[in-house]
Design a protein around this ligand. Sequence first.
Ligand code: MG
Length: 266
Amino acid sequence: MCGSVPAEIGRGVTLKSKAELDIMRAAGRIVAEIHLEMADAVKPGMSTQALNKIAEEAIRKRKVKSPFLGYKPHRGMPPFPASLCTSVNDEVVHGIPSPKVVLKEGDIIGLDFAVIHEGYVADAAHTYAVGKVPKSLERMLRVGQQSLWEGILQMRPDRRLHDIGHAVQTYGERHNYSIVRDYMGHGVGKKMHEPPSVPNYGTAGTGMKLVPGMVLAIEPMLNQGVKETFVAKDGWTVKTADGKLSVHFEHTIAITEDGPEILTKL
Ligand code: MG
């Protein structure tokens, strides 16, 4: 899930101890395993509510909790009613699972999922093709995935925060996709959204220094058309302003002396 309120960069950033990183590694592994279970279930005829059910059963089985269920970032917003965000086609992020949304061949669906394990959060998202999709859409999924890797490669102690967004933006725009500005990555730890906010765009060589012990969720959102978005009437679902498609990829990554360690990948 993405942060939407830019925090003042640098303030409130927590560095994780070795013991905390061990717990976050375990949390990340659980997230990765449950993502694989859900990926297997993405097929034509599947409802997004059924995908949420898979997520909730896996959460129960592993005795973890969902930081999404009941999440309410601001007063006046309805609490998020599920443990999984399911964002189909022109939905960018924060789609609410529903029995009425049934996947069709050729759709794309972003699954954003996180757990709280022993008090620590790990957060990851992937966008999948439903059955067979056009070549242009396969390319968009590849570029979205690669834009995340480009950002992750910057997560080294000799780099600065906006090197991450710069790398994501450069890669995505070079392939003619626009980069969503309204939502961004975030620090993650005891809380799902901790400082700093991590925009998916920016100027290289600027922002706070990256240091070992920082754990960030990097989550590029790439659009086929314009970068602008709006929130649907349900108060949560973010959609592209022009109705064109959007993809979303996210990992939780620790910065170590040796570079990035992806916690939400098996
Ligand atoms: Mg997130």
